[in-house]
Structure formats: C-alpha cells, structure tokens
Design a protein around this ligand. Structure first.
Ligand SMILES: [Zn+2]
Length: 233
C-alpha cells in the first residue's frame, strides 16, 4: 500500500518534546474534529494532554508515537517504552468506554429493541458485526447524533462476517461503509460486496482513508483494532 508522502513537522513553539509530559488525560472526540498542538493535524479522534510548565497542549496519536514525550507515574519517571505501554492501555480503555457510552446514548434516545442486542454484543466483543453496525448506524442517523461511525470497529476479517455484510441491503451496506478502513473496503469490494453508492463517493473515502492510515502506520499498536482485540478467523 502506498504510504502518504505528506510531511508533518513540529510547531516551532513546541521545542524539545522531552520537555513535555503526559498528564495521561485523553480526549476521545466522537466527531473526529480535534487538532494536534504539536503538528497541527486536524480531524483527529484521539488527542493526549501534555504539559510544559504552565503550557498545555493536546497532541495526536501520531505525535505520541513519534516523539519522546516524558511521563511520570506514581512519582516515578517512566522510560519511553513504559510511557507508550501506559498510553496504549489508557487508549484501549478509553476507546471501549467511548463506544459503550455512545451505544447507551443512542439506546436511551430510541425505544428500539434491536439496539439492546447491539449493546450486549458490543460489551461482549468490543466490536460490531456488520449487521449490528448497520442497526446502530441507522439509529444514529435517525437520532441525528453527531457521532462519527469510524469510532466503532466493524468485524470483516472472517468469511462469515464478510458474507454477513454482503447479505445486507444496499442502504445498510452504505450505512456501514464509511466506518470501514480502506483495507476493509478493498477486501469487501474484492468479494463483490461494495455498495453501488460507494463508487459514486469513492473520492470521499479516499480522502478519509489516509487520515486513518497515517496514525496506523506510525503507531499500529494503538490504532489497529486487531492488535487490541484479536478476531478469530
Ligand atoms: Zn500531531
């Protein structure tokens, strides 16, 4: 897969990243519209609070993976490996909590019995099957909730899940499609399951795709759902 050639640089005011420390606060933006205080990247989901003296910035996952920001836990200075391990754990828990809360919010707003099943399924699997994703995403659209469907991981690795996606009607597949990574979309398209409407919007998916890929390429442990939650074939 071709890597993005866009170059990102630290804002001049940042100086030496080692002088900054994590507070361990994470902001999970379900509208995917946060910006990074280090590199200036916009349209971020997860940002991490870092401080230097009285200055506070929120930085993106990519910068977390790239720069040796300091971290202290229980009065002990962590090495960069321990910093990343701690961030990794916090991130995984934050993502789960965010998805759990988003489902509960939609559930509370609509008296739809099928959403209870989606909630139970998510809490058990920490991911959504294509059919559950379709139920949830169409409910989110009915409620007008400004939640980006990409916060959810949709299972497409197994043939059974691919076929489940393929068995959905066009509207349901279109509802799920934007939540899929470019790799997932390619896999489903190769099986003939891409919704017809996706071809019309191909440019939008392509524009969105690299945003997700850049973070994934630099810090796969944080952004690759498969590494957080193993999915059986
Ligand atoms: Zn950044």
């Amino acid at each position: 897969m071709p890597m993005s050639r866009i170059r990102y640089t630290l804002n001049e005011a940042v100086g030496d990243p080692r002088e900054w420390s994590f507070t361990w606060a994470i902001l999970d933006d379900v509208t995917w519209s946060s910006a990074c205080g280090f590199c200036g990247q916009t349209e971020q989901r997860l940002t991490y609070e870092v401080v230097r003296a009285e200055r506070v910035l929120w930085i993106c996952q990519r910068c977390v993976g790239r720069y040796p920001v300091s971290g202290t836990l229980d009065g002990q200075v962590l090495d960069s490996r321990a910093v990343r391990a701690h961030i990794h754990g916090l991130t995984a828990r934050q993502k789960q909590r965010t998805c759990h809360d988003a489902i509960r919010k939609v559930q509370a707003g609509l008296s739809d019995v099928s959403l209870s099943e989606v909630a139970v399924y998510f809490d058990r699997n920490l991911q959504l099957s294509p059919q559950r994703a379709a139920v949830l995403f169409s409910a989110m659209a009915r409620m007008g909730e400004p939640i980006d469907a990409r916060i959810f991981e949709v299972q497409t690795r197994s043939i059974a899940h691919q076929d489940e996606f393929g068995s959905l009607d066009e509207a349901a597949r279109m509802a799920v499609w934007p939540a899929l990574s470019p790799q997932q979309q390619r896999r489903l398209a190769s099986r003939g399951y891409a919704p017809a409407g996706a071809r019309r919007n191909a440019r939008i998916w392509e524009r969105r795709g690299p945003q997700v890929n850049i973070a994934g390429a630099c810090m796969p442990a944080l952004s690759d759902p498969a590494s957080l939650i193993p999915e059986t074939e």
